[in-house]
Design a protein. Structure first.
Length: 579
């Protein structure tokens, strides 16, 4: 995707504005020549390009070529130049602001809509850094390109008028400006390399800070603050050193251009003031024009420096957009349907080559059935849930619903009918109501209250002074683990799912909270299809069927009481170890 696609027309408008601004400024300065003639009383007609041009305009408009009218023209030209400059700045700001909004929305939307395997590769803080800083820097590149166009057109117009006044001096100025640009080119390359180093350091620091905040409890519990701070100091030192180097190069260039331009103008004065053709009015005009040209060179040099500094951020954004666009989930297929059964048929899956997680599993979940899935850590239980939610695709085999591959059903249609409750709850720093609603603006208050009662948190909510409007804090820190999980269950049930997946949802809860959630699940039996992944025996003992997963395969299947009756069964051994 072309990051700057669609900006050609805007840059064309900037070019026109630059031409008009340069024309008004150059002829406003050139008016010093006829002004000098009018003040000194010297002959005007046929003297020079600027005077002839202004005289022709006055004659066309039937305006007398007198001092008051000339001064009025000069004032009008510089006022017009100011209006053009303001319009250009406003246009630049509008362009960059629109770009920031569009780019942030596009990146954020496409990131959330990308595949789960791609999202797994993301580091904490990287996306935030890209959205909030790097896109702002990239938007400044558009402004810098626009500024370079504006300055270049201005420079060309000023150079043209100056050349008409004094070809020799203008040619010398252009050559000197080119030499300056080439002299500072190695500096631009160094700044670009330093900028890339800063960009990487900023992302690493953002990831490190987010990671440290998320793990702050463990850090404090292990008294590791000094070591963590020391690592952070290394990142900050690298960032400081590179930033100071860039500041040195940028300041050195911008500070040196002004005295260089003054010395050059003084040199021109020394060469010309003894010439018999020396005209103070023409020299004043040419000095002003050259001074403005050097100002354009100086501003352009700084802008080009900034542009080179920001190129790594542009490249980073382009790379990211290509990656995220190539990782989009395909939203094709038909509507959700589930009348009879879901079936895993010889499903195989691995996260990395050579390490199979599922080696060929086969099982059926009938509609309205409650199926328990148990197994040792790493046996592939969560992977089964992820495949059912279509977060991953099977490498071999297929998952069907009523005989049709679930890949043929639209992802949004499929997932909207699934209620998912993970082991680690994801809660917003918001009210209980908004956590249950979870961005579903169409959900009514009655539907939320039904979910609250079904999840057995009505009594808990009623005891709170603000009820459903109670803010639960970051990741739900103001409430207990059991209450957090029951809010998660209420959120899942408020979606009115056809399939409910509980992935180790009660593994870290106390017995009372576990019983409350178990009661809620029992009340749902027969109404929706439930897949329970658990280590706790109490959670899966009421299942209609139990699946025992080991080393990526289903090694046992049957009703819990029947499996317990078989002393040789794997479940019997697990039950007697854990009971």
């Amino acid at each position: 995707m072309n990051t700057f696609r669609g900006y050609g027309k805007k840059f064309f408008i900037v070019t026109i504005l630059g031409f008009l601004g340069g024309l008004s400024g150059a002829f406003g300065a050139g008016s010093l020549i006829p002004l000098f003639y009018l003040i000194t009383g010297q002959q005007i007609a046929g003297v020079d390009f600027v005077t002839r041009t202004i005289g022709s305009v006055f004659a066309f408009l039937h305006i007398p070529f007198t001092l008051p009218y000339l001064i009025a023209l000069m004032a009008a030209l510089f006022i017009f130049k100011g209006v053009v400059q303001f319009s250009t700045k406003y246009l630049n700001q509008k362009i960059t602001t629109d770009f920031e909004i569009d780019a942030r929305f596009d990146v954020f939307k496409n990131t959330l809509q990308s595949s789960w395997p791609y999202l797994l590769e993301h580091k904490l803080g990287f996306l935030e850094k890209l959205l909030m800083k790097e896109i702002t820097i990239v938007s400044s590149v558009i402004s810098q390109i626009s500024s370079i166009i504006f300055l270049s057109v201005n420079f060309a117009v000023y150079a043209f008028v100056a050349f008409k006044i004094s070809p020799l001096i203008t040619t010398m100025t252009a050559v000197f400006g080119a030499i300056l640009f080439l002299a500072f080119r190695p500096t631009l390359k160094r700044m670009r390399k330093l900028s890339e180093s800063i960009r990487i350091a900023e992302k690493q620091m953002a990831h490190f800070i987010n990671e440290s905040i998320v793990g702050s409890k463990i850090i404090k519990a292990s008294a590791s603050e000094p070591e963590v701070v020391a690592v952070g100091k290394i990142y900050l030192k690298q960032f400081r050193d590179d930033a100071m180097k860039i500041f040195f190069y940028r300041s050195w260039v911008s500070s040196s251009l002004e005295p260089i331009s003054f010395c050059f103008i003084a040199f021109l004065m020394f060469l010309n003031y003894r010439s018999p053709n020396f005209n103070i009015g023409a020299f004043a005009a040419i000095v002003y024009l050259i001074q403005r040209m050097f100002s354009f060179i100086q501003t352009g040099q700084v802008t080009v420096q900034d542009l080179f500094t920001n190129i790594p951020y542009v490249q980073s954004l382009i790379r990211y957009r290509k990656e995220v666009n190539s990782s989009q989930e395909l939203e094709t297929g038909g509507k959700f349907k589930f009348e009879e059964k879901i079936e895993f048929k010889d499903v195989k899956f691995s996260y990395t080559k050579g390490r199979k997680i599922l080696t060929g599993i086969n099982f059926v979940i009938n509609r309205g059935e409650m199926v328990g899935l148990i197994g040792s850590s790493g046996s592939g239980k969560t992977t089964v849930a992820d495949l059912l939610m279509q977060l991953f695709r099977p490498e071999e085999g297929e998952i069907t619903v009523d005989g049709e591959n679930i890949a043929s059903i639209k992802l949004q249609s499929w997932r909207k009918k699934i209620g998912y409750m993970p082991q680690d709850p994801f809660l917003l720093n918001d009210t209980i109501e908004n956590n249950i609603r979870f961005y579903n603006s169409g959900m009514s208050s009655d539907e939320i209250m039904i979910a609250v009662k079904t999840a057995n948190i009505y009594d808990f909510v009623e005891e709170l002074p603000e009820g459903l409007q109670t803010v639960i804090g970051e990741r739900g820190v103001k409430i207990s683990a059991g209450q957090r999980q029951r809010i998660m269950l209420a959120r899942a049930l408020a979606r009115k799912p056809k399939i409910l997946i509980l992935d180790e949802a009660t593994s870290a809860l106390d017995n009372q909270s576990d019983m409350a959630i178990q009661k809620s699940i029992d009340n749902l039996r027969g109404k929706i299809t439930i897949l329970v992944i658990a280590h706790r025996l109490s959670t899966i003992m009421s299942s209609d069927r139990l699946l025992v997963l080991e080393k990526g395969k289903i090694i046992e299947e049957g009703a819990p009481d029947k499996l317990l009756a078989d002393k040789d069964s794997h479940f019997y051994q697990i039950y007697n170890i854990l009971k």
